[in-house]
Design a protein around this ligand. Structure first.
Ligand code: SF4
Length: 450
């Protein structure tokens, strides 16, 4: 049977492993036992040393690298990291979890990209590890994990208030009765059997709850506990001298995340651009955006600035290949400390808003909050990492929608032919400018011109 600490390193079994074997003194030493477990993992690629973690420190970095690549890199291959799903790795994995969490907690803020990826990686690992366990064993493991994490048989919804507050779980996903979250089939039948008409109650249980909801609660609780642990480490970090190895590991984690993001840039030529933030090329802006930047009259003003320009400028500056890659990102995945967003993107949008007649914020100051929301940071005055994810980072609307809702801005030129979105126009034009060797006017050039 799989050890519970393979799924929940913050369990008492996990803590015991760390107490016994978790000294930080030799975490970068080559560990022969770890090498053997990795090499013997089913389907694991071993043709290249870079696939194989050699030490606890390597494994700590690999845990985050695995998730960053899985999320960002189209060339991700599960067999590069098959060892992560091998239960034989449990002891090494638990120690490397603590090493990674402490490294991230010491070096980065609780809302940083590194912290977020560490938490998401742990959630994804739990999901994938549970999926790989044969179903006849999984039921018992899931129930044991739930007992370990929740204690009570019937969970009062207040005991998962933290998960609801941090939006890791939505109330709408749960079945509640008299303030309790219903998880067990017997309990469900006792409470609802007589009320369900026309469908077998057991099927309704499987449909509405079943193992799926239990696994969701387990995963989100482990993620929440990981987040709380990293926060505690971060708070402690100001009071004690961190172990130098942990700082090095934190830097390696950042490096691997950056690498995983930049894999896009080498994935082909064409006019798709890449995921790396790059200077804006004003010459490549389509006519609708040029007109918006010059200032818009009151009829189209709010939508032109808040919906069209905000999404266009932010994606053009940070992630112009969003449609080609078809993978959604958060702004901080690319602009980790939001310096580009605050110092370059927002001023461009605010300047355009001031050029409108009448100026947008004089008339509608609350539109500043909507601009922040369209960038993915909820309804707040300025984007802050702690609020990221409260709303979606909106992609630019299509030409079709612009022609309907903002028709006065659409004055197509030759490049607009066969283009479905202003961002595609921007990528194509940038590519054409580069190919023809024409000078591409950047943000900096424009500032100097003014
Ligand atoms: S066709 Fe599209 S890109 Fe061209 S001006 Fe109209 S909306 Fe903008």
């Amino acid at each position: 049977m799989v050890s519970l600490s393979f799924l929940n390193p913050l369990s008492s079994e996990g803590e015991e492993i760390v107490r016994e074997k978790g000294s930080l003194d030799h975490i970068s030493d080559i560990n022969a036992e770890l090498l053997m477990v990795v090499r013997e993992s089913e389907s694991q690629k071993i043709s290249n040393d870079s696939y194989i973690p050699q030490s606890y420190a390597d494994l700590a970095v690999k845990r985050v690298e695995w998730y960053a690549r899985k999320k960002n890199d189209k060339k991700y291959n599960h067999n590069d990291y098959a060892f992560l799903l091998n239960p034989e790795i449990t002891e090494f994995d638990v120690i490397s979890f603590y090493i990674a969490a402490q490294s991230v907690g010491i070096k980065f803020k609780p809302n940083s990209r590194e912290t977020r990826l560490m938490i998401e990686a742990q959630g994804k690992l739990v999901e994938e590890r549970l999926e790989k366990i044969p179903s006849y064993q999984r039921k018992e493991i899931v129930d044991n994990l739930l007992n370990q994490l929740v204690f009570e048989d019937n969970i009062p919804w207040t005991s998962i208030a933290e998960l609801l507050g941090s939006k890791k779980i939505r109330l709408a996903d749960l079945i509640l009765d008299q303030g309790e979250v219903i998880l067990e089939k017997d309990d469900f039948m006792d409470r609802f059997d007589e009320k369900i008409i026309g469908r077998p109650s057991e099927k309704m249980y499987d449909l509405l709850i079943g193992e799926r909801i239990k696994i969701m609660i387990i995963t989100r609780m482990i993620m929440q506990n990981t987040e709380n642990y990293i926060k505690r480490v971060h708070d402690m970090a100001s009071k004690i001298e961190p172990h130098p190895s942990l700082l090095q590991i934190a830097d390696q984690i950042t490096e691997k995340i950056n690498e995983s993001i930049s894999y896009y840039s080498s994935s082909g030529g064409g006019f798709g651009g890449d995921i790396k933030a790059s200077e804006l090329v004003h010459e490549a802006f389509p006519p609708c955006i040029q007109k918006t930047i010059e200032g818009v009259g009151s009829g189209n003003r709010n939508d032109a600035i808040v919906l069209l320009l905000t999404s266009f400028i932010s994606y053009a500056r940070l992630y112009p290949s969003v449609f080609r890659n078809d993978i959604s990102m958060k702004i901080s995945d690319i602009d980790a400390d939001l310096q580009i967003t605050i110092n370059e993107i927002l001023p461009l949008i605010y300047d355009a808003a001031d050029r409108c007649t009448p100026p947008l914020f004089e008339d509608d100051p609350q539109e500043k909050l909507n601009i922040t929301a369209k960038l993915g940071f909820g309804v707040h005055t300025i984007p802050e990492l702690k609020n990221e994810g409260e709303s979606k980072w909106y992609t630019p609307m299509s030409c079709e929608k612009i022609k309907i809702h903002l028709s006065s801005l659409c004055k197509p030129d030759a490049t607009c032919k066969n283009i479905g979105n202003p961002l595609s126009y921007y990528n194509r034009k940038r590519w054409e400018l580069r190919k023809s060797g024409g000078k591409s006017k950047t943000n900096e050039d424009t500032k100097n011109d003014e």
